[in-house]
Design a protein around this ligand. Structure first.
Ligand SMILES: NC(=O)c1ccc[n+]([C@@H]2O[C@H](COP(=O)([O-])OP(=O)(O)OC[C@H]3O[C@@H](n4cnc5c(N)ncnc54)[C@H](O)[C@@H]3O)[C@@H](O)[C@H]2O)c1
Length: 281
């Protein structure tokens, strides 16, 4: 097998690591990968360990192994040494995953992200920093930690990140979020180029409006900014923007991830792929 060839059939084990998998899109991806035959490590912040454990139980009910690990916080703080501590925590989360699930890491999904909603002129440095810490530092460090493990063990792997339709077109009141998601697209391209030689494919999913707690939060914030009632911001955008006529479910995103990590997706790398029901058209 050449070093660029598909490694999946040669992979000894099928272990997947998914950050932010306690709810929403991450949860759907973790459960889908389990149904595809992966043992899954659910990486969450300490306060979400209860939800993470529920996902572990769900995966075990499919007959796969699952564990929950702590993946860090990346919340706004003053001390920069906390960034280092959080990055170290990510590396230990990957080590723990491989050790406890007892096999090679083949899939890593840097799904954790936060959406903050505010007009740009009201964004404080702390507000911007919080967005960048999780959506960018957390994302990049997760990819690098996973890639180091994959290179060390040999046999390639699949690295997936959370982009958004905001990776292509940003929106008012969501500028810092959009900037981080544009960066996801850039990093995905560059990492795909660097890691192709190790048999690692790097891609990202770019959803539209997905029915998760994140969009409930965006809806609440937009209701305040736009002076409309709760639920209206989401309903307007779903009706106006989504050509397929229904809000996206987390499982719709999981289907794309399932394809990208499968043998069928093995010739795809460096892409941030829209899955948005036509809302970006
Ligand atoms: N919901 C959407 O419409 C939508 C659209 C496009 C892109 N996305 C992206 O998809 C990803 C998931 O979105 P979602 O809607 O499921 O979000 P969500 O807010 O519903 O869930 C995010 C999960 O991430 C966890 N988390 C937060 N910080 C973490 C950290 N440092 N380490 C590990 N876990 C952490 C949270 O506890 C939570 O369980 C995000 O990156 C988001 O930007 C979402």
């Amino acid at each position: 097998m050449s070093k660029f060839a598909s490694p999946i059939k040669a992979a000894l084990g099928r272990v997947a690591f998914v950050t932010g998998a306690g709810q929403g899109i991450g949860r759907a991806i973790a459960c889908r990968l389990a149904r595809d035959g992966y043992d899954v490590s659910i990486a969450e912040i300490p306060t979400a360990q209860g939800r993470a454990n529920d996902v572990v139980k769900e995966i075990e009910s499919y007959g796969r192994k699952a564990i929950s690990v702590t993946a860090g916080k990346y919340r706004a703080r003053r001390l920069h040494r906390d960034d280092v501590r959080d990055a170290k925590q990510l590396y230990s989360a990957i080590d723990e995953t491989v050790e406890r699930l007892g096999s090679k890491l083949f899939v890593s999904v840097a799904n954790a992200g936060v959406t903050q909603v505010k007009p740009l002129l009201e964004c404080t440095p702390e507000f911007i920093e919080n967005e960048v810490r999780l959506n960018l530092l957390g994302f990049m460090n997760t990819h690098i930690a996973a890639a180091r493990q994959m290179v060390k063990q040999g046999g390639g792997g699949r690295i997936i990140g959370a982009g958004s339709i905001a990776s292509y077109r940003t929106a008012e009141n969501l500028a810092p979020y959009g900037a981080t998601k544009f960066a996801v697209r850039g990093f995905t391209e560059a990492a795909a180029k660097e890691w192709a030689q190790y048999g690692i494919r790097v891609n990202a999913y770019a959803p539209g409006i997905v029915d998760t707690p994140m969009w409930d939060h965006i809806d609440r914030e937009l209701a305040q900014i736009e002076g409309i009632s709760l639920g209206e911001a989401k309903a307007i955008r779903v009706k106006r923007d989504i050509k397929l006529g229904r809000i996206q479910q987390p499982e719709d995103v999981a289907k794309l991830v399932s394809f990208l990590v499968s043998d069928e997706g093995e010739y795809i790398t460096g892409q941030t792929i829209k899955t948005c029901g036509g809302s970006s058209l």
